[in-house]
Design a protein. Structure first.
Length: 170
């Protein structure tokens, strides 16, 4: 009886694990494509020819700006969406939102705590982002607030931010 029960529990666990895996988007690009709030980000990723890379094995952590974040950034920069999408700086801006590896929210918070209140995290762009916690909110570079966390994909994780972050200029 115990063997039957153990077998049943194991089978149920495997079945549920497979079901959960099927519900998880395959890639961080799929996460963005499945949410209309990321339509500008998706356009930008395609224009910068990064869709294939970000659909690769990874893992990747993406700090994904919403459409509202892009509207605010375009206004602040005095650019149209078309100008941004045609910009030679677009790939550098987008890769500044990507970290190699899968950093869940708990990992980010642990790094901030270990760093005495700040964590410097290197992006795929090569330049680091600064992560802090201000009034209980996780901030990137002091300008972007993380508004949703741990949206998992088969090749990484997405955290939603409310601003486009710009890499440092040399």
């Amino acid at each position: 009886m115990k063997k039957l029960l153990a077998s049943l529990v194991l089978s149920l666990g495997l079945f549920m694990g497979a079901a959960l895996a099927q519900d998880m988007p395959a890639t961080v690009v799929d996460v963005a494509m499945s949410n209309e709030d990321f339509s500008v980000l998706v356009e930008a990723v395609v224009a910068a020819d990064l869709a294939e890379t970000l659909s690769g094995e990874g893992p990747f952590t993406v700090f994904a700006p919403t459409n509202e974040a892009f509207v605010a950034a375009l206004e602040a920069l005095g650019l149209s969406k078309e100008e941004l999408l045609a910009s030679p700086d677009l790939a550098g801006i987008l890769t500044y939102h990507v970290v190699a590896g899968k950093l869940m929210a708990a990992d980010v918070l642990a790094a901030v705590e270990a760093g005495g209140g700040t964590a410097e995290v290197e992006t795929v762009n090569g330049a680091p982002i600064s992560v802090t916690v201000v009034d209980g909110m996780v901030m990137i570079n002091g300008t972007a607030t993380v508004t949703a966390t741990d949206i998992e994909a088969g090749n990484g994780v997405v955290h939603v931010i409310d601003a486009v972050i710009l890499p440092p200029t040399e």
